[in-house]
Structure formats: C-alpha cells, structure tokens
Design a protein around this ligand. Structure first.
Ligand code: FAQ
Length: 325
C-alpha cells in the first residue's frame, strides 16, 4: 500500500535508481537527524520499513497475547470493584494491540498477514507472557512490574522517528501508567495485609522479577538490531540502559512495599548512582523464545482457538461488506 520507495525504483534504470536511493537516503537521514517525523507516504529505506513492521507487529502481538495471563483472573478477582478495574485494563491491552496493528498497516503489511505470522510461530511476542499467573498477587505484580517495564521501554518510543508509531505510543503510555499504578496499589494492599497476603506478594515478586528484567531484550552486546534502530531513532536507549533505569526506579518501590527483591547481588552503587544487580539467566530467556517457557503452548493454543472461533464473525462481516459494496 505505502511502499513508494519500492514503486519508485520500478520507474528508473538500475543506475539512476542507485543514485536516487543515495540522495533519498541522505535526505531521509537528515530528516531523522533533525527530529522530523517520517510519515507513511514518505520515502524510507526498505530496511527501516521492515524493522518497523517487525517491531510494531511483535509489539501488537504482545498486547494481544498479554491479555491472557490477566484474563485468567477476571472471573476470580476478589471483589466486584477489582473485577471492573481488571476488565478495563484487559480491554485497554486489546485496544493497544489494535492501534499497533493499524500503525503497522501504514507500512504496507496487512493485519491478516501479521496475525498469520503470529499463529504460525514466525513472529515473536514478549517473553514475559509465557509465565503463569498463579495467585491474585500475580495480577498486582503484572501491573506493577510488567506494565512498569513496558512504560520504561515505551516512553522513549513516543519520540520514535516513525510518526504513526510514535503517536500511538502517547495514548498507550498514558493507559499503561494507570495500569502500573493499579498493580502497585494491589501490591500495597497485600503487603499491608495479613501474613499470608504478604507472603503471597513476596512469592509473586520472586517469580516475576527476573522475567520482567528479560522484557528489555538481550544485553547490548547481543542485541542484533539495537545499533541500527538507534541510528534511525526508532529506539532512543539501548536494552541495557532501559533495564538499568527500570531497576533504579523499581527497587525503592519494593522497599516501600516491604518486599525483598530476589537478588543477593543487588546493591546501590554510590559511585555510579545506580543499583548493581546479579546475572540474568539468558538461557531461560532463550528457552522461552524457542517456545519452551512454562505457558508458550497454552498461550498459542488459546490464541489459535480464538481465531477459529471468530471465523464466523469475519465471514459475516465480509458478507455484509460485499452486500453494501
Ligand atoms: N521477548 O536485537 P534485539 C506490554 C527478540 S508490551 C521476545 O534487542 P530489538 C504491555 C527481538 O524481537 C511488551 N523476544 O531486538 C502489556 C529480536 O528477535 P527478531 C512488548 C524478544 O527489537 C502489559 C531478538 O530478540 N513491548 O508489556 C524480547 O532491537 C501487561 C534480538 O533482540 C514491545 O514490544 C523479549 N522480551 O529490541 C500488555 C515494545 N527481547 O525480531 C499486557 C517494542 C528481544 O529479530 C499486559 N519493542 N526479543 O526475531 C521493543 O522495544 C524492542 O523490539 C525490544 C527488542 C526492546 C523488545
């Protein structure tokens, strides 16, 4: 749909196309350097377009698959008020998925194709959603840590060089910020509750802390896309920089809750002004990405079933559209 860069190539001889590309690339990098937004109809390098489709579609898939761990507690929330709040949050995540699929569609890929790539296992979604939500405290922890990590990663994406993604992120971040607070508030209530409730909060933190740190992706030296994505101003901070910011912001919150972060090496470093922390188990991260996390199979089975169950709705919508064409 919007692959003008490719279309224009078709009208030129290979030599002039090369010259044109070099000039276009220079103009593109100049615009990026000057913090101008790149819009859907503007010329862009094909690799930039592909990177955005990869990142935005995987981000959209994460929002949609991410509804499952919390959806698991909708019928078991401890009060009507908690249920209403959780329902609104899960609906927000669906909305984020939809804005993101729309933002990716401006780059010339169809939503059907993106969904097919998710269902076939070709496209990834965030590792974090392959962990189970075993108790109500997990719902607090998901809001506090998972939405907290998501905000840390996504606030800089509001300044992403690609306009449609950057604008979608503004609303997403406002909503994620509410989600983070509702999660923290659940944790606050539990940590001020009975001994059993405190233990439940601590147990949830123990299980979610390390997977939350993995959300930021591999360490900088193993991050194959970071350097190019930062040069294009898609990413503004490296994976390790954002992980460190998250730890620095979150450890004092855990202390306020009276909970212990499950890392014996965690220590504030007066010289750097940051927390030093222990080794992340990257083998676990790679196992989850390879489909072998605790819930990968369950998440995909549920998503596939939802797609199959919705077939009649898509068919009816198509028939309605044909009738009114
Ligand atoms: N999980 O070279 P890099 C949320 C992959 S939304 C799975 O560093 P990049 C809201 C990466 O794709 C959470 N895969 O890659 C919510 C690449 O593989 P590829 C999602 C991961 O793109 C809350 C390979 O590893 N957020 O939580 C992960 O420069 C509560 C090499 O990595 C976003 O998607 C991972 N954790 O940096 C919803 C934000 N990390 O594609 C419901 C946008 C890395 O070559 C409930 N995305 N990989 O096959 C980004 O900022 C970036 O894509 C990163 C990865 C930072 C995730």
């Amino acid at each position: 749909m919007y692959t003008q860069g490719l279309d224009q190539k078709g009208h030129s001889t290979p030599q002039s196309a090369e010259l044109e590309d070099a000039a276009q690339l220079e103009a593109f990098m100049l615009r990026v350097g000057e913090e101008e937004k790149i819009e859907a109809k503007d010329w862009m390098p094909e690799a930039y377009r592909r990177t955005l489709v990869r990142q935005i579609s995987q981000h959209a898939h994460s929002e949609i698959i991410g509804m499952q761990p919390e959806g698991n507690w909708l019928t078991r929330a401890p009060s009507l008020k908690r249920k209403a709040i959780l329902l609104a949050k899960v609906q927000d995540e669906a909305g984020h998925g939809l804005y993101l699929y729309s933002a990716a569609e401006t780059l010339g890929v169809s939503r059907d194709q993106m969904v097919a790539d998710l269902l076939s296992g070709k496209a990834k979604y965030s590792s974090i959603f392959n962990y189970p939500t075993l108790t109500w405290a997990d719902i607090g922890t998901v809001g506090w840590l998972v939405d907290g990590a998501a905000i840390m990663n996504q606030i800089p994406l509001c300044r992403c060089s690609y306009g449609p993604y950057a604008r979608a992120m503004v609303r997403v971040c406002k909503e994620e910020s509410f989600h983070q607070r509702q999660g923290f508030e659940i944790m606050l209530e539990l940590s001020r509750g009975t001994e059993d409730q405190k233990a439940m909060a601590q147990d949830a933190l123990n299980r979610w802390w390390w997977p939350a740190l993995m959300m930021f992706g591999p360490g900088d030296k193993d991050s194959k896309h970071s350097a190019q994505s930062m040069a294009w101003k898609i990413k503004r901070f490296s994976n390790d920089e954002l992980r460190q910011k998250f730890i620095d912001a979150t450890v004092p919150q855990a202390e306020f809750l009276g909970l212990r972060v499950p890392d014996d090496d965690l220590k504030y470093n007066e010289d750097t002004g940051h927390y030093d922390f222990g080794k992340i188990d990257w083998q676990e991260f790679h196992d989850v990405l390879a489909g072998n996390g605790p819930c990968n199979k369950q998440r995909m089975a549920k998503r596939n079933k939802a797609q199959d169950d919705g077939a009649w709705v898509r068919e009816a919508a198509r028939a309605y559209a044909d009738k009114h064409a």
